[in-house]
Structure formats: structure tokens, C-alpha cells
Design a protein around this ligand. Structure first.
Ligand code: UD1
Length: 419
């Protein structure tokens, strides 16, 4: 298992490009199961979760190739099985995204039930509720979701909790269903809009993506298409927090500033000068120590839970006391224990963390526990005095493309120790 050795040093400065969005690429890769034709994608990030999705598709008999950096092509016309095995699903919960498209196009899917994960129970009951409302017969046997339908039927589906992958699964199921489907209280994340744009390019009839009500008119068949994946707002946001935490100045390019609104507001509250252009964002701390921010996580367009850990790292160094409330996942403060090892002052009360900022933290051995928690540890380490050793960086490789190279180009000293 690889480790990072991080030497804390001065302010980060320079320019860094956003990679393609993991959470847009994964459902879009699964959308290739909806056609017997080629789906060609660009701006696909080189991430471990993308490799896992590629493996998942390939073992079903989908012809997948990566003709160049960031490029990806998939053709499901030779599909041989509709099974998503436990070995792959257990390493990536987003594997559940094959369920909707397999059922809609192939009439059958067997997907290993994703278990709990480090950040909470994360059930899939709403995915199943929606598919049942569309006429699917679903049973749970031997740890598998076994779903069948001759042709799904359009339905009105109300989500009593906003779910991102749940919305994506049902959107992909509905595009080939018979009649109209209305998804109420749908997730509004930019990644949903990107998936809808790709499906539309494939011939789907969708309106309202990006709002709480998505209306889909089912069609008989979809066709091949070309699509460019949107920039990763969480990766980009992480680099901007890196600028703020080190009192530096960083320009993020090839990004979408609108998608980062809730994060930019918090960076401004922390004292950063934030400037934006059409596809870039610059955060400049002008050498100043950040001020603490309070936040609570919400579904988009609220503050993203995937940026919570990074802002906790920021509050650890900020002037004042910051209160962070996590409302999406019940166990998403595991980074707090690791930040304490660097000397942070954090008190957890239920779903709230109270963080008293310290002028300095000191390097120590820490352990990455999940994807965004690991990002927070990297941020805290680059601003700390001395050396931090981060164990289990495979978590970070699931969602950040060459993070050590990208942050290294901004002046961070991160060495990957391969083992
Ligand atoms: C997605 C993102 C993840 C992000 C999360 C919240 C991907 C691949 N992952 O995860 O990075 O942190 O959105 O923005 O896009 N829930 C239920 N029943 C369900 C489904 C969800 O109760 O059937 C609950 C969950 O337990 C959680 C909340 O809904 O409390 C939101 O989860 P959800 O939006 O589904 O997260 P994911 O789609 O798994």
C-alpha cells in the first residue's frame, strides 16, 4: 500500500487544471450499457474508480478501450452477462449505477448489494423503490439485488431523501421506459445535468435536469454519442482550499466557477480574495491567516458534503472557532481523529464538529480512512511544520488524479512511497 510523505512548507502558488469529474464520469460510463453502439467520452479522469468501472463493464462483455489520455470508448453490443459481482461492488459503491441501465436495456440485472461503508450505512432502498414503481420485480438473494422487467413503465417517483446516484439510476432506467417518468425531489448536482446531457446526446428526451423535478419521455432506442465530462468541482475545490490553508495564491483553470459557488462563498468568508473568469477561479489569501468558517452540508446547491473534511482542515489553522455540521452522512468525521494527531483542537458533538483554530500544527503519522478524509489530511499536512506520513493513500487515488504531482507543481512537497 502506497504512502505519502509530506513535508510542510510555505504558501502554494501557481496554476493548476481541473481534471474531469469522477462523479460525472462514473454514471456516464454506466450509461454505455443503454446502447448497442459506441459511446465515446473525453475528459475522463485517470482514477482508480474509473478503472474499477472499466473492469466491471469489461467482465460483462462490454468492449472498452482508452484510445488516449482522458479518452474512453465503450460498446455494449456484445454483452454476455448482467451480473455485477461482489468483488468489484465491494470496492466501489457507485457500481450500483449499472442497475438502472441493465434493467432498462437488457431486462435483467444481478448486482451485489453494496454494504455499509466507512462514512455511513448508505442504503439503496430509494433506487429499488423507484425501479419497483416502474414495474420491476426485485428480490434480494444471496447478497444480490435480482431485478427483472420486460419493459419498464413510466411512473411518478418521489424521493423522500435527495439521492445523487438514486436519481442517476432512475434517470437511466426511465430513458428507455414506456411513457413518461417524473422524478420529484430529484438531486440537482451538476453531475446529474452532465449525465442528462450525455443521455440527450444519445437520443433521450429529458427536461428539468438540474431542478428538483426531472421529466423523461421514454424512447424505444438510444444511439452512440460523443460526450465531454465536466470538470471535477470537488477536486478543484480541494486545490482552492490548499491555497487558503497555506496563505497562498492559486489559479484553478478548465473549471466551472458556477458549480463551485457554495465553496467560493466560504473561501471569501475565510478571508480569501476570490476572482473568477469564464473557466477559471483564483484564490488569493494575500499572505493572511484564514478566518474560521461555519458551515453545514446540504444537497446541491447547498454546501457539498464532499468538501466538508477539507474545510475542517482549514478551520484547524484558522483564526477563531468554526462549527461544522454534517447532515448528509452519519459517520463522516473520521478525519477529525487523524487531525487531532497533528495537534488540532476539534470537539465532536453528534453531527457537529467545533474546531478551534491553531496557528501551527505539527506533522505526525496519520491514516487515510476515506476519499475526502484523505484529502483533508493532505491539506493539513502541507501546512504543518515537519513531516506527515499518510498511510493507505489508495483512498485518495480513488478520486484524485496525480494529486502529488498537481499539488507539487504549486510548491507542495509530497513524495509517494511505493510498497
Ligand atoms: C453521491 C456521491 C458522493 C457524495 C454523495 C452526497 C457519487 C458516485 N457519489 O453518493 O461523492 O458524497 O452523493 O453528495 O456520485 N440514501 C438513502 N436511501 C437511498 C439512497 C441514499 O437513505 O436509497 C441516503 C444516504 O444514506 C445519505 C443520503 O441519502 O444519507 C445521500 O446519499 P446519496 O446522495 O445517495 O449518496 P451517493 O449517491 O451514494
Amino acid at each position: 500500500m502506497d504512502k505519502f510523505l509530506i513535508e510542510g512548507n510555505g504558501p502554494l502558488s501557481g496554476e493548476v487544471e481541473a481534471s474531469g469529474a469522477k462523479n460525472a464520469a462514473l454514471p456516464i460510463l454506466c450509461a454505455s450499457l443503454l446502447i448497442d453502439d459506441e459511446l465515446r467520452l473525453s475528459n475522463v479522469p485517470a482514477l482508480h474508480d474509473v478503472i474499477t468501472t472499466k473492469k466491471l463493464l469489461a467482465q460483462m462483455g462490454v468492449a472498452v478501450s482508452s484510445p488516449g489520455p482522458g479518452l474512453f470508448a465503450a460498446n455494449a453490443s456484445g454483452i454476455t452477462t448482467c451480473v455485477a459481482p461482489y468483488e468489484l461492488v465491494k470496492t466501489m459503491r457507485a457500481s450500483i449505477l449499472v442497475l438502472g441501465p441493465l434493467l432498462a436495456k437488457r431486462g435483467h440485472a444481478e448486482v451485489s448489494l453494496p454494504g455499509g461503508c466507512a462514512i455511513g450505512a448508505r442504503p439503496v432502498d430509494l433506487h429499488l423503490m423507484g425501479l419497483k414503481a416502474m414495474g420491476a420485480e426485485i428480490s434480494l438473494e444471496g447478497g444480490f439485488i435480482n431485478a427483472r422487467a420486460s419493459r419498464l413503465k413510466g411512473a411518478r417517483i418521489y424521493f423522500d431523501t435527495v439521492t445523487v446516484t438514486g436519481t442517476e439510476n432512475l434517470l437511466m432506467a426511465a430513458v428507455l421506459a414506456d411513457g413518461e417518468t417524473v422524478l420529484e425531489n430529484a438531486a440537482r448536482e451538476p453531475e446529474i445535468v452532465d449525465l442528462a446531457n450525455c443521455l440527450t446526446a444519445m437520443g433521450a428526451k429529458i427536461s428539468g435536469a438540474g431542478t428538483g423535478t426531472i421529466v423523461i419521455q421514454g424512447v424505444r432506442d438510444l444511439h452512440g454519442a460523443d460526450h465531454r465530462v465536466i470538470p471535477d468541482r470537488i477536486e478543484g475545490g480541494t486545490f482552492l482550499v490548499a491555497a487558503a490553508i497555506t496563505r497562498g495564491k492559486v489559479r484553478l483553470t478548465r473549471t466551472d466557477p458556477n458549480a463551485l459557488d457554495p465553496v467560493l462563498v466560504k473561501l471569501q468568508q475565510a478571508g480569501a480574495k476570490v476572482s473568477t473568469g469564464e473557466d477559471w477561479i483564483e484564490v488569493d489569501m494575500q499572505g493572511r491567516r484564514p478566518t474560521s468558517v461555519n458551515l453545514h452540508t446540504m444537497a446541491h446547491p447547498g454546501f457539498p458534503t464532499d468538501m466538508q473534511a477539507q474545510f475542517m482542515a482549514l478551520d484547524c489553522y484558522a483564526e477563531g472557532v468554526g462549527t461544522i455540521r454534517e447532515t448528509i452522512f452519519e459517520n463522516r468525521f473520521m478525519h477529525a481523529q487523524e487531525l487531532l494527531r497533528l495537534g488540532a483542537d476539534i470537539r465532536i458533538e453528534g453531527n457537529t464538529a467545533i474546531v478551534t483554530g491553531r496557528e501551527k500544527l505539527k506533522g505526525a503519522p496519520v491514516m487515510a480512512t476515506d476519499l475526502r478524509a484523505s484529502a483533508a489530511l493532505v491539506l493539513a499536512a502541507i501546512a504543518a511544520e515537519g513531516t506527515t506520513k499518510i498511510d493507505r493513500v489508495y483512498h485518495i487515488d480513488r478520486g484524485y488524479e496525480h494529486i502529488e504531482t498537481k499539488l507539487g507543481a504549486l510548491g507542495a512537497r509530497i513524495e509517494r512511497v511505493r510498497q
